[in-house]
Ligand binder design. Structure first.
Ligand code: 0X9
Ligand code: ZN
Length: 311
């Protein structure tokens, strides 16, 4: 690995990359394992803080690559981590917050998408009494689980919600942290694709979030900041059930509905109509860098907002 981000990293390279960054930036970054995946891979948790996580700053949570084939999600998250550490002095706004980042939530599925099936979405859990493998992590959260919208109780489908809420170790690692960590002010889940900033609730079309107006305002502010730097880059802001489809048991709804984080979004990166994308999941590496740079401007704006609002 000579030039960073000249290819999509396999899981082993991601681990190596994170360990190296933690060793090189011990004052700013710590690396922990938040648990193990079904197949025993570490679920990495990156913490970034200029004040040693002393509780004095608002916290921003990010997770990525819950869905295996969405490689741009972890790529752009690793890009942001790298940029924040290597060029820390360029981005003082980022250090108005403390960051908790899980850049690879579904390492088993991710490896499967590299070695067997590029379009693999779910985990690699062996399902009981079924020949099919895998659970959709973003239908397995214990909030409005299985309320029958874009979720399935059939193991052989891509949106299988699992046999029970939190059946997946990847989900348990996240819910534990989200429940026990104080002062998380913003939750961001990084997915692909569609160039959208989605706000909750997404489990049905009826339930209006009490913080809806503020969620829309902040989403618009972030989309505008990205456009200011990259005029051809347009992010749509909308309710996840309206703009996409209602889907229950998802992480964003859990983060705000149960863990009590007032601001929660799912960010859908990349789209099909820009340049040489083969499709919205399978971006050329050069395009992946472009998308990573664009969304980094969005992360900076989220951090500016947190710095203004919580100090
Ligand atoms: O369906 C999903 O899990 C997300 N889209 S994706 O294409 N990356 O699979 C959207 C989830 C939005 N959130 C809720 N509906 N709660
Ligand atoms: Zn996704």
């Amino acid at each position: 690995m000579v030039t960073p981000f000249d290819h999509y990293y396999r899981f082993a390279e991601i681990s190596e990359f994170l360990k190296k960054l933690a060793a090189e930036h011990p004052k700013l970054m710590t690396l922990e394992s938040a648990g193990k995946s079904t197949e025993g891979r570490d679920l990495w948790l990156v913490k970034i803080s200029s004040t040693g996580f002393d509780g004095s700053k608002p916290k921003i949570w990010m997770d990525a690559n819950m869905h295996a084939r969405e490689w741009i999600a972890s790529m752009s998250t690793l890009y942001a981590i790298n940029e924040m550490l290597v060029n820390a002095e360029k981005y003082p706004e980022m250090y108005a917050a403390d960051w908790m980042i899980m850049p690879m939530v579904n390492p088993d599925g991710y490896e499967q998408s590299h070695t067997q099936d590029r379009m693999w979405r779910i985990t690699m859990t062996k399902n009981n009494q079924s020949e099919c493998t895998g659970v959709d992590i973003n239908r397995n959260f214990p909030f409005q689980w299985d309320t029958k919208t874009s979720t399935s109780d059939v193991p052989c489908t891509e949106t299988y919600r699992g046999p029970r809420p939190e059946s997946e170790p990847e989900v348990r690692a996240m819910t534990k942290l989200l429940r026990e960590t104080k002062n998380i002010k913003l939750y961001l889940s990084i997915h692909a694709y569609g160039n959208s900033i989605l706000y909750p609730f997404g489990f049905d079309l009826k339930t209006v979030h009490p913080n809806r107006a503020n969620l829309i305002n902040l989403g618009n502010r972030v989309a505008a900041a990205i456009k200011k730097k990259y005029p051809t880059c347009h992010y749509s802001v909308g309710n996840s059930a309206e703009l996409y489809y209602p889907a229950s048991g998802a992480s964003d709804d859990f983060a705000t509905g149960e863990a009590g984080i007032e601001y929660a979004y799912t960010l859908e990166l990349s789209q099909t109509d820009r340049g040489s994308f083969r499709n919205g999941f399978d971006l050329d590496i050069a395009k992946a860098i472009t998308v990573s740079k664009e969304i980094f401007e969005g992360f900076r704006e989220f951090a500016r907002w947190a710095g203004e609002k919580f100090h």
